[in-house]
Write a protein that binds this ligand. Structure first.
Ligand code: NAP
Length: 480
């Protein structure tokens, strides 16, 4: 395993300097429970300093040419690629993400920064035919996109590198500065990235990393007038709270879901079962588009369930730092307790537990529940654990209705060989993205990504995040 001992004490990063704080919090590895680092805990004073640094660096970034912004992003991507193993171990250790899944996250993060570098070169407006209006004759008009200024970025624990990249990448690409508040459980990934950006030549003050209480740091970022935008990824409760406090500040919210897939008859059940296992249990189900609900046509229900159980039982539980492991610990013992209580509630209310449901050491077994009612927590709330429900439907219309019967709407999937059914599903599923013949868990990093209802507002995916992080300005010329 690469040496990560140098990460033991981590200070804040403000204006390119490491800043000590009065208080440090011990960071524990979720799987082993061992202490892995001491993390600086910012108060309002340091948060204010970070905002000031980012505010002062605005001019530098706004005047930096696109080729230079792209070059810094490209260099950072390359530095990260070169240190893939170290980066993967950091994620595995602090988030209990199995090493192979962590490696995939690092590879995606490299791609995200590369996409950001490419997008930096194509931020542009359009010409407007003003003479379409009588009073617009003899005028020339065009729009430009300008950086928004200071971006406050608040990120969750479950993709500690790539979800940070989805904020830092487009912010740098579009000439903004950033105050980054990573999740308290996964700060090491953010410190690591900030060091790479420094090495890549990002000017001091452009990327400031502030660790500490979400409420203290978050509140200050949300209420400080010098911060022009908050980009938040995390739970709906926190996201809605931010939105309510943000006033006129621009806010994008990437929140939770209870994503579903529909499986029609006459589909390739073997492949689908294996794909569903990936969708439901990858990173212990702690993925915002984790597959939580499966609605299967009654004609293939029994066969599918059998295959799903067989595939699930192949998963290896254990230490995230071991390459063979597929499933490790949830992010905290409290989360394990919560997930267990939800399973109990479902079973008590009539759902059938066909595999899993127990804890081995610190690892919750991947769990399949059949015929869970729509009002059970495992069905209607975000489960964020290795738990999936499988329910029988008689028609695809019924399945679509059940998928839509949710306060969330991030992504949904449907497997069908019938073109009309696929088109109907694409029309009628009320979500941000519909996957035909795939699980809802599919995401690549340049596609538009975001939800409806309580899954959030705004879109990520580099081009779309850049739209959110820039402001349109109109320029009108009059001919003399
Ligand atoms: P969380 O508890 O909402 O925390 C997210 C971030 O918000 C953390 O940095 C947290 O800091 C901070 N925070 C906490 N309270 C705050 C406050 N009052 N004001 C401002 N910031 C505050 O979420 P999580 O448990 O880390 O992540 C899981 C959630 O994220 C799930 O709901 C999942 O679906 C969602 N998610 C969504 C997407 C998407 O793209 N739609 C992607 C990934 C995850 P502390 O850690 O210090 O509390």
């Amino acid at each position: 395993m690469p040496n990560i001992k140098s990460l033991i004490k981590k200070d804040l990063i403000i204006n390119g300097e490491q800043i000590e704080t009065e208080k440090y919090t011990t960071l524990y590895a979720p799987y082993s429970g061992e202490a892995i680092a001491e993390i600086a805990s910012a108060t309002g004073i340091e948060t204010e300093q970070a905002i000031t640094a980012a505010y002062k660096a605005r001019e530098t970034m706004a005047s930096m040419p696109a080729w230079k912004r792209a070059e810094i992003l490209e260099t950072a991507a390359q530095l990260l690629k070169d240190r893939t193993e170290e980066a993967s171990s950091i994620i595995a250790l602090e988030a209990a993400k199995p090493l192979n899944t962590a490696r995939q996250e690092v590879a995606r993060t490299v791609e995200t920064y590369k996409f950001a570098a490419e997008e930096a070169k194509r931020i542009h407006g359009e010409t407007i035919p003003l003479d379409a209006a009588r009073s617009g004759e003899n005028k020339l008009a065009y729009t430009v996109r300008e950086p928004i200024g200071v971006v406050g970025a608040i990120t969750p624990f479950n993709f500690p590198m790539n979800l940070v990249a989805h904020k830092v990448g487009p912010a740098i690409a579009s000439g903004n500065t950033i105050v980054l508040k990573p999740a308290s459980q996964t700060p090491l990934s953010s410190f690591f990235i900030a060091e790479l950006f420094e090495e890549a030549g990002l000017p001091a003050g452009v990327l400031n990393v502030i660790t500490g209480s979400g409420r203290i740091v978050g509140d200050q970022l949300v209420t400080d007038e010098r911060v022009s935008m908050i980009t938040f990824t995390g739970s709906p409760a926190v996201g809605i709270g931010i939105r309510n406090k943000a006033g006129l500040k621009k806010v994008t919210l990437e929140l939770g879901s209870n994503a579903a897939v529909i499986i029609d008859q006459h589909t390739a059940l073997d492949q689908i079962a294996s794909r569903c296992v990936t969708g439901a249990f990858s990173n212990q189900g702690q993925v915002c588009i984790s597959l939580q609900r499966i609605y299967v046509h009654e004609k293939v229900y029994e066969e599918f369930v059998e295959k799903l159980i067989i595939e699930t039982k192949k998963l290896v539980l254990g230490d995230p730092l071991c390459s063979e492991t597929n499933i490790s610990a949830l992010i905290s013992p409290e989360e394990t307790k919560r997930a267990l209580s939800w399973i109990k509630e479902a079973v008590k209310s009539g759902a059938k537990l066909v595999t899993g449901g127990e804890v081995e050491g610190t690892v919750l077994q991947p769990t399949i529940l059949l015929e869970a009612g729509q009002s059970m927590k495992v069905s209607c709330q975000e489960v964020f654990a290795p738990i999936v429900i499988v329910n029988k439907v008689t028609t695809i219309e019924e399945a679509i209705e059940k998928v839509n019967d949710s306060r969330y709407g991030l992504q949904a999937g449907i497997y069908t060989n019938d073109v009309q059914t696929a088109l109907t599903a694409a029309d009628q599923l009320h979500v941000g993205g519909v996957m035909i013949n795939d699980i809802p868990t599919f995401r690549v990093d340049h596609m538009p990504y975001g939800g409806v209802k309580e899954s959030g507002t705004g879109r990520e995916g580099l081009k779309y995040a850049i739209e959110e992080m820039t402001e349109m300005k109109l320029v009108v010329w009059s001919r003399q």
